[in-house]
Design a protein around this ligand. Structure first.
Ligand code: GLA
Length: 743
């Protein structure tokens, strides 16, 4: 007993000595350069991100939110009492040192160690087009790993785009186990997280939850169709348990990446929240040779002091100007052949559809799936993918003939491809089995009877580029390509990558972007729709190259109220393709009036997707009228500011409006989604975003008798925003669209 006590005492005496010795050893061997304590303010017109460089070189995040005046006021802030472990609030926390939380960066070094400690080396501020770039250098002095945190602050849009550049400055290879785009440290009492979930024909469903302590992870491991489950985006309402469109602080974020992603929300013991966003590290350790660099995808943030509505508008404004290919431009209305003809068409079928499209005032015809494959004709979803030559039995006159006919009718012409995929029943699968995503000795699972091509392989990238290129040559003026991607990756693996399988998921997405980049260099004008069984690729990574997304394979107007609401929280209406289809709806079986279907589709990029021949004359007349009026106000949908007036999740109605930037015009969409007693006497919606002092003439569209008593008259913006805009929407699926013009 005595001996144990003595031994313990001896150990206790030695421990601090040992600790001192280690500390001394580290600093003597790798002396940290002295740095000046300083504040780095990254500012937009209405937001500020404030970082602090500590004397020891650690970089901390002090604030993200409303502007504070000179950021330098933080210089003397005493952060020591807030810092129990000494590693709270690190701007880009790395595994190792004193940090024990969820890391943005986790590196494994050649000697097997996992410790990284990042210290400030300097920063630069430069001007870009529409933004100011702050690039902050950090370094791990033991291993030589260099990290640059890049923040592009878009002043006018109040959006900060962050990404990280990682360079192996050491002499030996390292492995990046976790390499987030960015980490954001927030300080509030409560966090209401709003995010998305879904599945096929059930995209972008909105869910909110109050974050507890510990880690909340939103992740996709699907490889392709990465966003059909959840979406790499979120909104965080601060200091509240209620979601509000119009009040309170909201931080919103979106990752520009179409592959596996991970968003982590870690609330610590002091209730602070660390949000880490980036590529999912799942099976994706990235090897970095000495001197090599890895650039993460970009992560977008915005902050609003006026609720979620403003946060969405910030993202939308940024997206229209910088984030979406051709963003903000008005794109044509169209008739798509899919739900009207599926695989069963001849040249004649398509010509007559074009006649009808033109007669209804539509502006483009899109030939969907089913036009290709000869040895393995694409007459169903079980054959032909990969063999992208025109099916001569179905379309003996070729695509050029169809495109010319469309153009002769003043219609643009578009065509569908799914270039990342191959059916086992295809010439391509026979000739290039090594191009298929697979793992040696294992079954290659099929989804929708198809396999995925291995885009990590440059030869496959060339092939996929070639599909696009050759399709564009099928006719002189192809105006639009619908790029589809109809399955997730399973039994993942690349014959091309050999033992470097860890690279597969990231290299696939990089390969996709390589192809898209080449396409845009060669075809800057063609409109591209990004489709992935509907909304499986709705993200700001693909939108850099694509003009729009196929929001969902679910065209039921009732379902669309929820899908489009969710999509609108993060993405602008200009990308939201929305089609009027037949009833009973092919996905849900629901039967809704044609007017309701139009009023829903007109809130995005309007199209139709049915056999027009099946419409009775009165419905065709209504279609003509709705399409005509849409063309008059659609610039507001494509380029205006969105105000969500009533959420479909909040009751029996749904309403939204778009307002021109100068507030001189607006369009309001109102819908009844569930029956309520007719005695309610009109649902009151308070309009938003108008100029209170201006007078607006309000006219309901596409009806002979309006459901609102004030249609045709003028009212002040103040009246419409504070008083009683109360259209009668008495029945299930009643709907009304109003255009407002300032007098
Ligand atoms: C996917 C798309 C549809 C349609 C079909 C064709 O499901 O989302 O719009 O193009 O493929 O096979």
């Amino acid at each position: 007993m005595k001996r144990i006590t003595l031994l313990t005492a001896l150990l206790l005496c030695l421990l601090p000595l040992q600790a001192r010795k280690e500390k001394k050893f580290t600093h003597e061997t790798f002396p940290l350069p002295k740095v000046e304590r300083q504040v780095i303010g990254i500012e937009t017109e209405n937001t500020a991100l404030v970082l602090l460089v500590q004397e020891n070189g650690e970089l901390n995040t002090l604030h993200y939110g409303a502007p504070l005046g000179a950021a330098a006021q933080f210089l003397s802030k005493d952060t020591s009492s807030e810092d129990y472990n000494g590693a709270r609030g690190l701007t880009y926390p790395a595994t190792g040192g004193r940090f024990t939380g969820d890391p943005a960066l986790h590196v494994k070094y050649a000697d097997g160690s996992h410790n990284t400690e990042l210290y400030y080396t300097g920063h630069t501020v430069t001007a870009g087009e529409g933004f100011t770039r702050t690039a902050i250098g950090l370094k791990d002095y033991v291993t030589g790993l260099e990290v640059t945190l890049v923040y592009d602050a878009y002043a006018k849009e109040d959006v900060i785009v962050a990404h990280t550049s990682l360079v192996n400055g050491g002499k030996k290879p390292v492995e990046l186990l976790n390499y987030a785009s960015s980490s954001l440290y927030l300080d509030a009492d409560e966090y209401l997280l709003t995010h998305f979930h879904g599945s096929w024909a059930y995209d972008m469903q909105t869910e909110s939850e109050v974050l507890g302590h510990d880690l909340k992870v939103i992740e996709s491991r699907r490889g392709t169709q990465a966003t059909q489950g959840n979406n790499p985006s979120f909104l965080l309402s601060l200091n509240t348990r209620e979601f509000s469109e119009t009040s309170g602080e909201v931080v919103a974020g979106a990752l520009a990446w179409s592959g596996n992603f991970r968003l982590c929300f870690e609330k610590d013991d002091a209730h602070r929240l660390n949000v880490t966003a980036g590529i999912s590290p799942f099976a994706s350790a990235w090897p970095l040779e000495a001197g090599e660099r890895f650039e993460t995808p970009e992560m977008l943030y915005t902050y609003s002091a006026e609720g979620a509505g403003k946060a969405s508008r910030n993202l939308h404004r940024w997206a229209r100007k910088y984030g979406v290919y051709g963003g903000g431009a008005v794109n044509p209305t169209l008739l798509n052949s899919w739900e009207g003809a599926y695989f069963n068409f001849t040249t004649e079928t398509l010509l007559r559809m074009m006649d009808d499209a033109a007669a209804m005032g539509l502006e483009m015809f899109v030939l969907d799936d089913g036009w290709f494959g000869n040895e393995f004709p694409r007459n169903g979803d079980n054959a032909g993918l990969g063999d992208w030559e025109v099916n001569t039995a179905k379309l003996p006159e070729g695509i050029d003939y169809l495109a010319q006919y469309a153009h002769s009718k003043d219609l643009k012409f578009g065509i569908w491809i799914e270039p990342e995929m191959v059916n086992p029943a295809s010439v391509l699968a026979r000739e290039h089995p090594e191009w298929v995503v697979q793992s040696p000795g294992r079954e290659i699972y099929q989804g929708r009877n198809q396999w995925v091509l291995d885009l990590s392989n440059p030869a496959v990238q060339d092939f996929v580029f070639g599909i696009f290129d050759r399709t564009m040559q099928l006719a002189p003026n192809i105006d639009y390509i619908k790029w589809d991607c109809n399955r997730v990756i399973q039994s993942f693996g690349s014959p091309y990558l050999g033992v470097r399988q860890d690279r597969f998921y990231v290299a696939y997405c990089q390969g996709l972007y390589n192809v898209m980049r080449r396409i845009r260099e060669q075809y800057p004008k063609v409109l591209i729709q990004c489709c992935s069984s509907g909304g499986g690729r709705i993200d700001y990574g693909s939108l850099r190259y694509c003009n729009e997304v196929w929001t969902s394979d679910n065209t039921d107007a009732l379902s669309r109220a929820y899908i489009q609401y969710g999509t609108s929280l993060i993405y602008p209406a200009c990308v939201m393709a929305s089609h009027v289809s037949a009833v009973p709806n092919h996905q849900s079986g629901n039967v809704t009036p044609l007017k309701f279907r139009f009023d829903m589709a007109c809130a995005g990029r309007l199209g139709m997707e049915l056999q027009p021949r099946d419409l009775p004359a009165d419905e065709r007349a209504l279609a003509l009228r709705c399409i005509g009026s849409y063309k008059e106000y659609r610039d507001l949908v494509f380029g205006g500011d969105l105000y969500r007036l009533f959420s479909p999740y909040d009751g029996s109605y749904s309403a939204l409006m778009y307002v021109s930037e100068d507030k001189s015009r607006a369009v309001v969409f109102t819908y009844c989604l569930h029956y309520e007693p007719r005695t309610v006497g009109g649902k009151t919606f308070r309009l938003q975003g108008l100029d209170p002092s201006r007078s607006y003439r309000v006219v309901e569209q596409n009806v002979d008798k309006s459901c609102w008593w004030g249609s045709g008259a003028s009212f002040s913006g103040a009246f419409l925003m504070n008083g009683g805009f109360n259209p009668l929407l008495p029945r299930l699926y009643s709907s009304a669209v109003f255009v407002l013009e300032a007098d």
